[in-house]
Design a protein around this ligand. Structure first.
Ligand code: S3P
Length: 424
């Protein structure tokens, strides 16, 4: 249990960990490349170590350290794992690795922790089966564990995703490299495009036209030297902290500003938040900059379905902002949150009610009637890193201390979270 005391003011200049989404991709693309890759500022997230451990079981040599060195296998050099691949809590690992395993002519089994085993995998199994890989999994091919028998080459596919998902899109793009033709993937709404930006850095040609990505099979990847920018989703917790705690000012340095990630910035602007973003440079085709936030009087806003993919991980924080804002804050079209590490809609509504926040659950989101500043109290994290961190940020500006059970789960995405919070 951790106890968060309300703060009179907070300030400071901080740096957050390397981007988790880009780190997974950097590890997997390095493993699929010919020759050595070096990765700097890899995310320290537990999820990324899950990816490292799976790659090692597939025969990849990875030297951990401040700089990560990976000797790639090329597209066809992976070995059949002797044991089950355990992705633990990492949804990104199971989906992306499924794309890689679809193109390997051997048998593997992937599982994860109890949260991961409740998350749907049919969304990758369906397209990857169309490409010729064979899958067996629990609940009529819906839930992990998943057994895969891949094949090489796979058949190219033209696939429309029913739900916008960067994980699923990336799995099909990765599998597309193991085909002998041209695959195209269309999303209903744009999601984060780290895969499309990073693969060309490894020498693969990817075309983008509106919401459709085209990838060509048979392209070999070349090992690279990569520096990973700061994680926007980790930075978001401190942006919200700076906005809701009185007389605060926080500068967050070197944060990735991928357009598919920064939906929260638009929401903060609509709510009247004092936020400045300085785009400084591009790194590996990704915009990177500094973000300055100051305490603000906020007003409610409506977040609609078409915005959800670009702020998918920040919805719990929108609830926090809504509690401190004047008027109604409504989130619509966010039913995807029910299949994240926890049912995040239910989690946030249940725990905010314990703190006496005026919040109402909807099938696809919630309504908050603010301002409805949280009282103190004891809350649950559901072992979900983003729920634990959102509740901690709410506690910084609550009427009394907020105690959070099972706070250790923050290591999944942001092991330094408590240290940075204490340093402000
Ligand atoms: C991620 C994509 C998102 C996000 C997750 C990381 C990625 O999931 O919620 O934290 O790295 O591609 P979906 O693509 O399933 O929405």
């Amino acid at each position: 249990m951790i106890r968060i005391e309300p703060k009179k003011r907070i300030s400071g200049e901080i740096k957050v960990n390397g981007d988790k989404s880009i780190s997974h991709r950097a590890l997997i693309f390095s493993a699929m490349s010919k020759g050595y890759s070096e990765i700097e500022n890899l995310s320290s997230a537990g999820d990324c170590y899950s990816t490292v451990k799976c790659l090692v079981k597939l025969g990849v040599e990875i030297e951990m350290g401040k700089t990560i060195r990976i000797l790639g296998k090329g597209l066809g050099g992976f070995k059949e794992p002797e044991d089950i691949l355990d992705v633990e809590n990492s949804g990104t690992t199971i989906r992306l690795i499924s794309g890689l395993l679809a193109g390997q002519p051997f048998f593997s089994v992937i599982t994860g922790d109890s949260s991961l085993r409740r998350r749907p995998v049919d969304r990758v199994i369906i397209p990857l089966s169309l490409m010729g890989a064979e899958f067996w999994s629990r609940g009529n091919n819906k839930f992990p564990p998943v057994a895969v028998k891949g094949r090489y080459p796979l058949k190219p596919v033209s696939y429309e995703l029913p739900v916008a998902s960067a994980q699923v899109k990336s799995a099909i793009i990765i599998a597309g490299l193991f085909t002998d033709g041209k695959s195209s993937i269309t999303e209903p709404l744009p999601s984060r495009d780290h895969t499309e930006r990073l693969l060309p850095a490894f020498g693969a040609k990817i075309e983008k036209n509106g919401n459709t990505v085209t990838v060509y099979g048979g392209q070999e990847l070349e090992g690279q030297k990569i520096y990973i920018p700061g994680d926007f989703s980790s930075a978001s917790f401190f942006m919200v902290a700076g906005l809701i705690v009185p007389e605060s000012e926080i500068l967050i340095k070197d944060v990735g500003l991928n357009p598919g990630r920064i939906g929260l910035l638009g929401v903060i602007e609509r709510m009247g938040g004092d936020i400045e973003v300085y785009h400084k440079k591009d790194m590996l085709n990704e915009p990177v900059g500094d973000i300055l936030v100051r305490s603000s009087s906020l007003r409610g806003t409506v977040v609609k379905r078409d915005e959800i993919p670009i702020l998918i991980d920040e919805v719990p924080l929108i609830a926090v902002l809504g509690a401190f804002a004047e008027g109604e804050t409504v989130v619509n079209g966010a039913e995807e949150l029910r299949v994240k590490e926890s049912d995040r809609i239910k989690a946030i509504v249940t725990e905010f009610k314990k703190l006496k926040v005026d919040i109402e659950e909807m099938p696809d989101g919630f309504i908050i009637r603010g301002p409805s500043v949280p009282e103190g109290g004891r809350v649950e994290s559901y072992n979900d890193h983003r729920i634990a961190m959102a509740l901690a940020i709410a506690g910084l500006a609550s009427k009394g201390p907020v105690e959070i059970n099972n706070e250790g789960c923050v290591v999944i995405s942001f092991p330094d979270f408590w240290d940075i919070l204490n340093g402000l």
